[in-house]
Design a protein around this ligand. Structure first.
Ligand SMILES: *Cc1c(COP(=O)(O)O)cnc(C)c1O
Length: 383
């Protein structure tokens, strides 16, 4: 589909990537289910594991447009994207710098797969520039960030990391799952590669798992081989559902972020709540950075710490609308205790060190009516 170059995000969500049905004039991308393609005629060689079929391309083109990526790839999960990305770019002996508080599954992959093949890793607090420089070795090849982070919504200065990477000739890699390209575009801030767990906001209905990687053509071409070899590809039928979900990405995410902003302010003034972690609050220690690198909103993820007199489990059990569940980014509000979910495999001591308390709850704010969410929390806090 031919689109003008400077269209806005909402228009990209709806139209970018769509492959008009030339045969019948339908306005949606037709689902092409073939995994076998004729080879004696004048067609480009296609095979779904090569991620070169039309439904896969439609999804990639839409996300490329949103992230401002030259080229991209889709995968069967977010971890599939991370695995192919890192295995495609790294070799035994390489060293990488990783933000200390990244998604647990990503850290697990790094420890169990990258270290196994002889890649060394330094987990570093990226709010400390001297620590970053100290961690560099002659073999450092890549720097990996995730902002805002889970569950305490700490920010990493994206432009600073991009500069650092340029200065030391590293590949910079950013997980943009929490913010979505609506509120943050790492590539436009100088990062080389952006990654998404599409399972979250892109799918948006807690019913599809997929992943995305985008960035410079040269890097994506290097990764492409790893994708084909590891086989983490995406089926055409799912691609269509993703396209359909993403047409409302802006509406869902904007609405959820509005709810999150209002709830954050309300929770901060609630006598049962000790602290709220949300980058849109002036009390967030990196509020100025949030305003600098996020635009149009601060996302729909937050955490809050309950006062010691509130039992966090009883609180979650008493909720009627907000559901205690793992994962995030769906239209429905989900809540969970990090010490029992995302950070369960980490020792109490490490959690203390990271500043994560058993009184903390992580809240993926959905698109329900703000008043209903507020009342639900209000009644559950009455213990
Ligand atoms: C869920 C998640 C991942 C992993 O994605 P999957 O789709 O579960 O493989 C990576 N990073 C972040 C921030 C996530 O939330």
């Amino acid at each position: 589909m031919k689109l003008p170059k400077l269209i806005q995000t909402a228009t990209k969500c709806v139209h970018s990537g769509t492959q008009i049905d030339e045969n019948q004039g339908g306005v949606n991308t037709p689902i092409h289910t073939s995994t076998a393609f004729k080879y004696l005629e004048d067609y480009e060689m296609k095979y779904p594991r090569m991620a070169n079929t039309s439904n896969q391309i439609a999804v990639v083109d839409k996300i490329n447009a949103l992230e401002g990526a030259e080229k991209g790839l889709v995968f069967s999960s977010g971890l599939g994207a991370i695995a192919a990305g890192l295995m495609g770019l790294l070799e035994p002996g390489d060293h990488i710098l990783v933000q200390s508080d990244i998604y647990g599954g990503t850290a697990h992959f790094m420890h169990h797969q990258l270290e196994r093949i002889g890649v060394t890793i330094s987990f570093v607090d990226f709010s400390d520039y001297t620590e970053m420089e100290k961690a560099l070795t002659a073999k450092t090849k890549l720097i990996y960030i995730e902002t805002p982070s889970n569950p305490l919504m700490k920010l990493t200065d994206i432009a600073m990391v991009a500069d650092f990477a340029n200065k030391h000739q590293l590949i910079s890699f950013a997980d943009n799952t929490f913010a979505t390209p609506l509120f943050q575009q790492p590539l436009n801030l100088g990062i080389d590669m952006v990654m998404h767990s599409g399972t979250k906001y892109f799918s948006g209905h807690s019913d599809i798992i997929f992943g995305y990687l985008g960035g410079k053509t040269s890097l994506i071409n290097e990764i492409k081989t790893a994708q084909v070899d590891f086989g983490s590809t995406l089926d055409a039928r799912l691609c269509y559902e993703i396209e359909r979900s993403m047409k409302t990405l802006h509406l869902r995410v904007e609405r959820a972020a509005e709810n999150a902003m209002e709830l954050a302010v309300w929770l901060e003034n609630n006598s049962s709540v000790e602290k709220v972690y949300y980058p849109g609050l002036p009390s967030h220690p990196q509020y100025e950075l949030a305003k600098k690198q996020m635009n149009g909103g601060f996302g729909a993820m937050m955490s809050f710490r309950l006062k010691p007199n509130i039992d966090p489990i009883l609180f979650q059990k008493k909720l009627n609308i907000i559901c205690p569940a793992v994962s995030l980014g769906g239209v429905e509000s989900l809540i969970g205790s990090p010490y029992l979910t995302s950070h369960k495999s980490i020792s109490q001591e490490e959690r203390d060190h990271m500043g994560i308390s058993n009184q903390d709850v992580r809240f993926s704010v959905g698109i329900e009516a703000y008043e209903d969410l507020k009342k639900d929390i209000e009644q559950a806090l009455k213990q």
